[in-house]
Design a protein around this ligand. Structure first.
Ligand code: SF4
Ligand code: SF4
Length: 354
């Protein structure tokens, strides 16, 4: 079955208020929030960006989503989960303060921020999933307590998954700390001694305290390492090697099965909005934003696989080449192909331009 994917085209760098206005019109005209019933607790899942310079979805768009939920008499709130790595998003208090600093305060969005995985990222629910890798996955506990969700995802390249959009926002972004560790469990970095300046950034950021400094370079304890890739992300000297070749398949498949676990909990009461604007080579966890294609538009669908497939095709059309040439040269279609292989999502999409 070809799942409908609604598409609003935008010009490059079109002002956010104009884009948000178009999105409001689409959602109202097609009654895309029609699944929301009075007093439903509706989570709006997004990513607040690592710094004001990353390409995350701006608060103005998130406010419009919250307003539309309220117009359906639902009760919206913003939600996120703690990161595995150290920094300003690895527990609820720091993450909520960070959200405010990034412009997602109540006064700006009209919604409180409530963490989906509790104070420390360990509040979880184990949900069944008919996958090939897992029979159950560990997701943020709040997912089971709400009545619906709007998943607002920013399409970006990603050095492990090829790209991140709805599936990654759902699978990694709504799993508990344990779920995240499971997904990262097979990737292992190594230090390129000649390049290492002993700056210590990887030591500071490693969530597993697996990195120390010796006289020549940083050193990774492979027993303690959980494969989160944070050392790779924070090293400014390209001194961390990461064998993605052995792991990208594994990571993408695990993300998909965790995403399926979340999606199955909410089924008909979840909708996905992908923003194909400020599209960057790296995900919004990075501090800088390197644009790879002009802005394209915003997509809405009830199916995370269909919306990600349509998003990827539109990005490649806009860039005039494959995502491997635009961002990271790794097999980035694994997540879509695997989702279809295990029966998650539709096997095609019907792009409807609004
Ligand atoms: S961040 Fe990079 S350069 Fe700095 S200590 Fe770690 S590996 Fe070496
Ligand atoms: S050494 Fe392992 S656990 Fe530590 S940051 Fe690197 S990948 Fe993550």
């Amino acid at each position: 079955m070809k799942e409908p994917v609604y598409f609003i085209k935008t010009a490059d760098q079109e002002p956010d208020d104009l884009v948000a206005g178009k999105l409001r019109k689409l959602i109202e005209e097609k009654n895309l929030f029609g699944f929301i019933e009075k007093n439903d607790m509706i989570a709006v899942k997004t990513h607040f960006g690592e710094t004001p310079k990353s390409g995350y979805i701006r608060p103005l768009h998130i406010k419009v989503i919250g307003d539309l939920v309220k117009e359906k008499k639902g009760k919206p709130f913003l939600t996120e989960t703690s990161t595995l790595y150290k920094g300003n998003r690895n527990n609820a208090l720091d993450h909520i303060a960070h959200a405010h600093n990034q412009g997602f305060g109540y006064e700006a969005t009209g919604m409180p921020v409530i963490m989906a995985d509790g104070l420390y990222g360990d509040e979880e629910a184990v949900v069944d999933v008919p996958g090939k890798l897992y029979s159950s996955v560990n997701i943020a506990s709040l997912v089971k307590k709400i009545q619906g969700m709007v998943v607002a995802s920013h399409f970006t390249g990603h050095l492990g998954a090829g790209f991140g959009a709805a599936l990654k926002n759902l699978g990694m972004g709504l799993s508990s700390r344990k779920g995240k560790m499971t997904q990262h469990s097979t990737a292992r970095p190594s230090i390129i001694v000649k390049k290492c300046t002993r700056c210590g950034m990887c030591v500071k950021w490693c969530p597993a305290e697996a990195v120390t400094l010796n006289e020549a370079s940083a050193v990774i304890d492979s027993v303690k390492c959980i494969g989160c890739g944070q050392c790779l992300a924070v090293c400014r000297f390209d001194a961390v090697g990461y064998n993605w070749g052995a792991t990208y398949d594994d990571l993408q498949k695990k993300v998909v099965e965790h995403a399926w676990g979340v999606h199955r909990v909410l089924e008909k009461k979840i909708i996905y909005i992908n923003y194909l604007t400020r599209i960057s080579k790296d995900c919004d966890c990075m501090t800088v934003y390197e644009k790879i294609v002009p802005d394209i538009g915003v997509l809405v669908s009830a199916d995370p696989v269909a919306i990600d497939a349509a998003s990827l095709d539109l990005v490649e059309q806009a860039g005039g080449k494959g995502l491997g040439d635009l961002a990271y040269d790794i097999p980035y279609r694994v997540q879509l192909e695997y989702a279809r292989e295990i029966g998650f999502g539709s096997d095609g999409y019907n792009l409807i331009e609004a």
